[in-house]
Design a protein around this ligand. Structure first.
Ligand code: CMC
Length: 378
């Protein structure tokens, strides 16, 4: 019997979804039918939370309900804060996030319940802002701060993180980033969350599984890696030499380029580029990195375009995060902050509508049956 092994589960359809549509050939991304550009331009992250979890954009009353749940749910158990602040400041931010969600899983251990799943998801999204802001604060040696109700989730998060009121441009960029990273069908982290949810493990534990998969440089870690390249290059004059030595001769992967699904320019990268450009026009440091990135983009597309390798979402997002004041070590956590909505929407869709234990098989290629030899005879 011939059996085909799908390496990397490439092209395996693991579920149906009404959440995210990707056309990787034409560079189209839609959440529940709405184009990503329209959502970034006209919707808020809170509207997106309602859209993803409840299926439709909210009316005014529904939006106020979502905002109400968020504003009431920023608090986390004291053990979460004390643990984050007792960890060495050198700890990895995503590792700290896994720890925080592990504590929530231990304390709450919520059971799946169709009448409360969605509201619980909104509460978890609020708590993710608290955890993310306080990971930054702990690593910077600041005091804990719980987000407070404000005009928006993005504003509450930024204000808690940096301890000052953000500007309208910063709030808008944070909101856009939350929307852009919300969901992307079933990449490794969402698949990891789905595997955990298929055993009916609780939502917090599913997020721990997702975070573990997100942490790697081939997934969530790519924004950090992409920005690291721009720092290493240092100036736009050095870009061509760096590209030749590192990417062409050194055969290193260009981080922030290439995608399993997109075979053209990632539509999210275009929006992040516009946001980065807008910050670059007002800030000389941002401008330096923006110019380096633009030059590397040109060299990357000239070299890899024929192989359908183009900038992905992580190529310019780090410059936007940097412009907002975040250090590089926070970039993957910012990805997680946004993606928690996608993870939750997918696992709720899966558990409520199409649940089945995920249990694939492996094709055995080891030795035939062998005689056991006692240790003295080996
Ligand atoms: N730079 C140079 N060559 C590349 C790159 C790159 N960034 N990406 C793919 N290739 C080449 C690769 O060397 C291979 O060439 P060949 O066929 O000659 O051996 C070919 O393209 C196919 O690569 P692959 O790794 O088999 O393809 P994949 O579908 O597994 O790759 C990827 C997807 C994202 C892992 C890969 O493009 C990559 O490593 N990119 C850099 C890391 C990155 O930016 N990751 C963020 C992904 S988007 C956000 C997210 O989903 O988290």
């Amino acid at each position: 019997m011939s059996v085909e092994v799908s390496r990397g589960l490439e092209n395996v359809i693991i579920k149906t979804t009404g959440l995210t549509y990707i056309d990787g050939i034409n560079g189209i991304l839609r959440y529940r039918g709405y184009d990503i550009n329209d959502l970034v331009n006209y919707a808020s992250y809170e509207e997106l939370i309602h859209l993803m979890l409840y299926g439709e954009l909210p009316n005014r009353q529904q939006l106020n309900q979502v905002k109400g749940i968020i504003n009431e749910s920023f608090e986390v158990p004291e053990q979460v804060i004390s643990t984050i602040f007792s960890m060495p400041r050198s700890c990895d931010a995503i590792g700290m996030m896994e720890t925080a969600f592990g504590i929530l899983a231990s304390i709450y251990d919520p059971k799946w319940n169709k009448t409360t799943n969605k509201e619980l998801a909104v509460q978890i999204i609020a708590k993710t802002a608290t955890i993310t802001a306080n990971i930054y604060r702990a690593k910077e040696g600041l005091k804990p701060k719980i987000p407070e109700p404000s005009e928006s989730y993005a504003e509450s998060f930024l204000a808690a993180t940096f301890g000052k009121k953000p500007t309208q441009e910063e709030i808008k960029a944070m909101d856009a980033s939350l929307i852009l990273y919300t969901d992307h069908e079933v990449p490794a982290s969402t698949t990891a969350a789905l595997v955990a949810s298929s055993t009916l493990s609780d939502m917090y534990s599913c997020i721990v599984a997702a975070l573990a998969a997100l942490k790697g440089p081939l997934h969530g870690g790519a924004a950090e890696e992409a920005f690291k390249q721009f720092v290493e290059i240092g100036s736009v004059e050095n870009a061509d030499k760096w590209f030749e030595e590192k990417i062409i001769k050194g055969k290193s992967r260009l981080m922030g380029f290439g995608h399993r699904v997109y075979k053209t320019y990632d539509p999210r990268a275009k929006i992040f580029k516009t946001l980065a450009k807008s910050f670059a026009e007002k800030n000389e440091n941002v401008k330096k990195y923006y110019e380096i990135a633009e030059r590397i983009e040109k060299l990357g597309v000239d070299t890899f375009g024929s192989k359908h390798i183009y900038p992905n979402t992580d190529f310019y997002s780090g410059i936007v995060f940097y412009a907002l004041g975040f250090p590089r070590y926070m970039f993957t956590s910012l990805f997680a902050l946004s993606r928690v909505l996608g993870w939750l929407a997918h696992i709720i869709e899966y558990v409520e509508e199409q649940h089945r234990l995920i249990r694939p098989r492996a094709l055995y290629i080891g030795p035939e049956k062998r005689e056991f030899k006692p240790i003295e005879l080996r």
